[in-house]
Design a protein around this ligand. Structure first.
Ligand SMILES: *Cc1c(COP(=O)(O)O)cnc(C)c1O
Length: 462
């Protein structure tokens, strides 16, 4: 029988909950206040209602879910998070988290080593990729208050939103037909002399395109700009870049070590639950910008507290513990966590091959990582909109065991044209299909997903 979890979660949960209860029992006993007590039957029935309500979800954990950038965390992360959360350390200060602050330092070193960053760096975990990027953009503004921030048109939408928060001006650089930032357009912008920081995205959220970092760094040097790399989604592909990505993509991954700052999201490809981002700076002297005085925290230890070098205050020690435990089992090597990325990459390339031979589907562009975008072979934008939408709906209908979940991606008619598609332009936007194949199980599921999508496309094209 197929198993739906990678590990025996109930046993793991029992192990850690018992251990933490035992730990609590080593202090003197106390009576929990009556105000916190509830009838055990009521608690149980609320929790039953909760788990019943959670049935109202798409199966993010399942390989039949080939849609958005969502997946379940690894059971070891769940157990480690739960165990730590029972004590609830706060990685803001060492006093509030002696154990998990050390774990965080440990995982940060591992991330920095993955990027081939210098041994001395400035960095910490965050709640999310957005807060991590906000921090990098904030430093960019502090360093060059009057300069602009450039990113590609396909950069994550939060970059322009955070620029608004920071009061900086951002410039959107067009992309090429492969979804990568146009170097010519970037250079034209740099020549104007007012770009302070360039944001390169290694793995755009929509298309999984990898901006040409190695070449961007050369241009940045020539025009005196800094480079921030947003690898929220794509960062972990560094582990397999050399042997499993195209040589061109690998060349850009190898350039990560020279970036001024880097953001990565362990909740994307690091097997973690949400509440998990990370930011790194090459120049440790940037720590000076974080200077603050807090009357609320008691920094007993002389060591650097994360609260002194981050924008956020409270942050879950549980999140650091979950990453730490996960990396013990799946270290940041090609043979470790890399083994979970190789099949996701294979899933994207093998589905791309199948689609290349299809009579009813065509790829929007060649996948660089594990996101595949594709569309039904139709002759007009309006038909494209209709068929893509219907296909998504119909694939997800019927018995749960038969369902396939896909996502759509809205692109511009010019973008389709750039990629060589010649469709009658009778609609303002072009809706295509998008599948993030980020679960290693996708590798073996691709043939059956393809078969269903292709046969639906055939029928719908009519
Ligand atoms: C997911 C993502 C973000 C935003 O990160 P959150 O953790 O969702 O806040 C930013 N940039 C890229 C490239 C992403 O993929």
């Amino acid at each position: 029988m197929a198993e739906n979890t990678a590990g025996h979660l109930p046993q793991l949960i029992t192990q850690v909950v018992s251990a933490i209860e035992e730990l609590k029992g080593t202090y003197s006993g106390f009576d929990v206040h009556s105000s916190l007590k509830a009838n055990p039957e009521d608690i149980s029935s609320v929790l039953k209602e909760l788990t019943d309500r959670l049935d109202n979800n798409f199966p993010y954990f399942h390989p039949s879910y080939a849609a958005q950038m969502l997946k379940a965390p690894h059971p070891v992360a769940v157990a480690a998070y739960l165990a730590t959360m029972m004590l609830n350390p706060n990685n803001h200060s060492i006093d509030a988290s002696p154990a998990t602050t050390i774990m965080e330092r440990d995982v940060l070193k591992q991330f920095a080593a993955m990027f081939e960053y210098p041994e001395e760096f400035l960095g910490h975990l965050t709640w999310s990729g957005t807060t991590a990027n906000l921090e990098a953009l904030w430093i960019a503004r502090e360093l060059q208050p009057t300069k602009k921030i450039a990113h590609s048109a396909d950069a994550h939408y939060t970059h322009s939103r955070m620029s608004e928060v920071l009061g900086t001006t951002n410039v959107s650089i067009p992309t090429e037909a492969d979804g990568r930032m146009s170097l010519d357009a970037l250079e034209t912008e740099l020549k104007k002399g007012d770009i302070g920081t360039i944001v390169a995205t290694m793995g755009t959220t929509g298309l999984g395109a990898v901006d040409p970092l190695a070449d961007i760094l050369v241009l940045a040097k020539k025009y005196g700009a800094r480079v921030h790399v947003d690898t929220a989604y794509g960062g972990f592909f560094k582990l397999i870049a050399e042997n499993y990505l195209s040589p061109e993509t690998a060349r850009h991954y190898a350039a990560l070590k020279d970036a001024d700052s880097i953001v990565v999201d362990p909740h994307k490809h690091g097997l973690q639950p949400y509440g998990s981002g990370a930011v790194f700076f090459r120049d440790i002297s940037l720590g000076k910008f974080y200077k603050h005085d807090s009357p609320y925290t008691y920094f007993i230890s002389d060591d650097l507290h994360f609260g002194e070098i981050q924008l956020e205050c409270s942050r879950a020690g549980a999140s650091a513990a979950a990453i730490w435990a996960t990396l013990k089992l799946f270290p940041l090597t090609e043979d470790g966590l890399g083994k979970a990325l190789i099949p996701t990459r294979n899933a994207a390339t093998s589905w791309y091959e199948l689609i290349s031979q299809s009579d009813s589907l065509v790829a929007y562009q060649k996948p660089e990582l594990d996101i595949l975008t594709y569309l039904p072979k139709v002759s007009s934008m309006s038909k494209l909109d209709y068929v893509s939408h219907e296909l998504l709906i119909q694939a997800a209908q019927g018995e749960r065991k038969e369902q396939i979940h896909l996502a759509t991606y809205v692109t511009k008619p010019e973008q389709l044209k750039t990629r060589g598609f010649d469709l009658v332009q009778d609609a303002p936007n072009a809706r295509i299909l998008r599948s993030v194949l980020m679960k290693p199980e996708h590798e073996t599921w691709v043939p059956q997903i393809h078969q269903k999508v292709e046969s639906l496309a055939r029928t719908l094209i009519g």
